[in-house]
Design a protein around this ligand. Structure first.
Ligand code: ZN
Length: 160
């Protein structure tokens, strides 16, 4: 798998990029992840700092006609936050529940939040595609969590 050229086949830490499912080539993190330390180095960093980084995946109604899949990453080391910030996550306060979403708090929020919006009358196929995208993203992100896939929570909230 070196058709991308050997110069970008390693992470910033020097460890090589690991294989991901072919579908991941379409994901926004596919290339940019190389500019950051690898999952192993970032999970070690989290462990050293005693951070139990977790991702929370939920659905929230953010306006009368719009719903969003929301991912919130809590207890992330700054270095993981840097990576999340380039693939659409922003600093936010933690959501309490479906009806009490977190709000953007640039520079001070304690979680990293990403919203993927869709209209409540969106074609089901589009929603299923979004679900697949989130599953792919969580499969990738779980490698950066000290607890791995166990660190990804569905229908639970960081502020609970
Ligand atoms: Zn590394």
């Amino acid at each position: 798998m070196d058709r991308l050229g050997s110069n970008i086949l390693s992470h910033r830490c020097g460890h090589s990029l690991s294989d991901m499912p072919p579908a991941f080539e379409q994901h926004e993190a596919f290339l940019i992840r190389a500019a950051f330390p690898c999952p192993h180095c970032l999970t070690e960093l989290a462990r050293r700092h005693g951070l139990h980084t977790r991702a929370y995946v939920n659905m929230q109604q953010l306006s009368p006609s719009m719903i969003a899949f929301v991912v919130e990453v809590a207890h992330a080391a700054d270095e993981l936050g840097d990576l999340l910030s380039v693939i659409g996550y922003g600093r936010s306060t933690p959501s309490q529940d479906e009806m009490t979403p977190g709000t953007q708090a640039p520079g001070e929020g304690t979680v990293w939040r990403k919203e993927m919006w869709f209209a409540s009358n969106t074609d089901t196929r589009h929603v299923v595609a979004l679900v697949d995208h989130i599953k792919l993203e969580m499969t990738w992100l779980s490698r950066y969590l000290p607890d791995g896939a166990v660190g990804v929570e569905f229908c639970k909230f960081p502020g609970e």
